[in-house]
Design a binder for this molecule. Structure first.
Ligand SMILES: Cc1cc2nc3c(=O)[nH]c(=O)nc-3n(C[C@H](O)[C@H](O)[C@H](O)COP(=O)(O)OP(=O)(O)OC[C@H]3O[C@@H](n4cnc5c(N)ncnc54)[C@H](O)[C@@H]3O)c2cc1C
Ligand code: FES
Ligand code: FES
Length: 459
């Protein structure tokens, strides 16, 4: 296929395979070798670039999603002879400890400063959490970002909006019955009806590309959903909120209404991967992958959410509880796709929490996650829902602990009792005693917060 895009401000037109990784196009075709390949699966940030102003890992972006976009690489900032202010700050602060991870660090810093020109340490730490520095020289890197900020680097950079500057890509005759770029739900559904499971949908690619690399998935035909703008939106209808399946983790956790109404969900999205992953990872992809370690289904289970799917037989709702049938399998029918997640807005639980413990903050999939939601009637627990992730093939409710706590009065003993019950209820296959203990600790922490009506997330 022929893709056309802007690279560091210059128009580029290239013949590529639709699934060629942006990383390879940059390094091989464009000979821009400042963008590095480390892990090749989204975990190190060495390949970070900006697309339409957003930080992404170029090792997980296929060519067909680059068409019509604006790509900025480290070479677009400045050269070693003529560095820009941010690059100079890195050099002056002694932050260029190796030539390998620093380009990615600088791109992540640029994305941060464009959005928040004067970030605090915590914001810098979070923005760079997906960029691995094996020599652990983070302090100098953070200092460099602070220095660039103090010199006003971010002011005036502005955040670029994603906009379609070109018509959708055209595939070559030999690709035409294998690659599709639908721009409406109807077109995507027609493909699903025609080809059934032979069609692999591609949203953010953050599960697809690592799976492809590790031989866990294969494909015959690809339909790129990323151009269906209607799936990117959320809307209220009656007493329900519909969150489009293409909404990203970033879109979810930065949404003020969602933060206020469903803090357990926004916290789960905020703790999923690091910014470059969050900018691409979608709600629909997280559910459809049906991984036991997926974070978003955990709060969705306690918030009474259902999946809105559409296929040959029309639309239907599937409660999140019934959505997965086992490891990586779902109840989606052959002709169906996920349109949205539906959340009831009536009786939203006023107390919510999401806790997660991963191997390495922000980067690894959850090893233990717990979501809690409760409503009180005076001193009594009127209703409570609890769910855990990473314990079973798909996140699941802790119904025994819920029944144990339902209708009980808040008391000083209750957090310990509830925590012990939760530890007993979960049955992890690996690291059982550790995971049981941490699950109990999280449930205890939530119950303690009910006790003093505080926020468990600050506990
Ligand atoms: C470094 C790294 C860290 C990660 N950390 C976390 C984490 O902390 N927590 C977590 O939960 N996940 C994590 N993930 C996994 C991944 O980011 C999420 O599962 C993400 O939400 C997947 O969405 P996607 O759009 O990228 O899916 P894709 O890779 O595009 O698709 C995944 C699957 O879903 C299907 N699909 C996509 N959209 C639809 C749709 N609308 N209808 C039907 N099927 C569809 C695709 O066909 C494919 O089979 C991480 C991934 C990486 C690489
Ligand atoms: S090479 Fe490690 S994130 Fe892309
Ligand atoms: S600066 Fe590259 S490994 Fe630390």
């Amino acid at each position: 296929m022929n893709i056309r895009f802007f690279l560091n401000g210059l128009f580029v037109s290239r013949e590529v395979h639709p699934l060629d990784r942006l990383l390879d196009i940059l390094r091989t075709e464009e000979e821009l070798t400042g963008t590095k390949e480390g892990c090749g699966e989204g975990e190190c940030g060495a390949c970070a670039v900006l697309i339409d102003g957003e930080l992404v890992n170029s090792c997980m972006v296929p060519a067909l999603q680059v068409h019509g976009r604006e790509v900025l690489t480290i070479e677009g900032l400045g050269s070693s002879k003529d560095p820009d202010l941010l690059q100079s700050a890195f050099a002056e602060e002694g932050a260029v400890q190796c030539g390998f991870c620093i380009p990615g660090m600088i791109m992540a810093s640029r994305a941060l400063l464009a959005e928040i020109p004067h970030p605090d340490r915590e914001q810098i730490r979070f923005a760079l959490s997906g960029n691995l520095c094996r020599c652990t020289g983070y302090e100098k890197i953070y200092n460099a970002v602070e220095k660039a900020a103090s010199l006003g680097y971010g002011e005036g950079l502005g955040k670029k909006e994603k906009r379609d500057i070109l018509p959708p890509p055209e595939f070559s005759p030999s690709e035409k019955d294998r690659f599709f770029s639908p721009s409406t739900v109807e077109e995507a559904l027609a493909l699903r009806s025609r080809y059934g499971r032979e069609i692999t949908f591609l949203s953010g690619g953050t599960d697809f590309f690592p799976d492809l690399k590790n031989g866990k998935t294969s494909w015959r035909r690809i339909a790129d959903l990323s151009r269906i703008d209607s799936l990117r939106e959320s809307a209220i209808s009656g007493d329900e909120l519909f969150i489009g399946s293409l909404m990203t983790d970033t879109g979810i956790w930065k949404d003020p209404f969602l933060q206020r109404t469903f803090p357990a969900l926004t916290e789960a999205a905020r703790l999923s991967g690091a910014p470059a992953v969050q900018n691409r990872a979608t709600l629909g992809g997280n559910l459809a992958s049906a991984s036991g370690a997926a974070d978003l289904p955990v709060p969705l289970l306690v918030l009474g959410a259902s999946v809105l799917a559409e296929g040959k037989k029309g639309k239907r709702r599937i409660p999140v509880e019934n959505f997965s049938t086992g490891y990586r399998t779902t109840t989606l029918e052959e002709s169906e796709m996920i349109l949205a997640v539906v959340l009831p807005l009536k009786n939203v639980p006023p107390f919510q929490a999401f806790f997660k413990r991963g191997g390495r903050a922000a980067l690894t999939l959850s090893r233990i996650s717990v979501a809690c939601a409760a409503e009180l009637d005076g001193e009594e627990i009127k209703s409570i829902r609890l769910a855990s992730g990473s314990m079973s093939p798909f996140p699941a409710r802790m119904t025994e602990t819920e029944a144990f706590l339902q209708g009980r009065k808040i008391s000083p003993e209750l957090p310990d009792l509830g925590g012990e019950q939760a530890s007993r209820e979960v049955s992890p296959r690996k690291s059982a005693s550790f995971r049981k203990a941490v699950t109990g600790k999280y449930v205890r922490r939530f119950l303690l917060s009910l006790n003093d009506r505080g926020s468990p997330l600050q506990g």
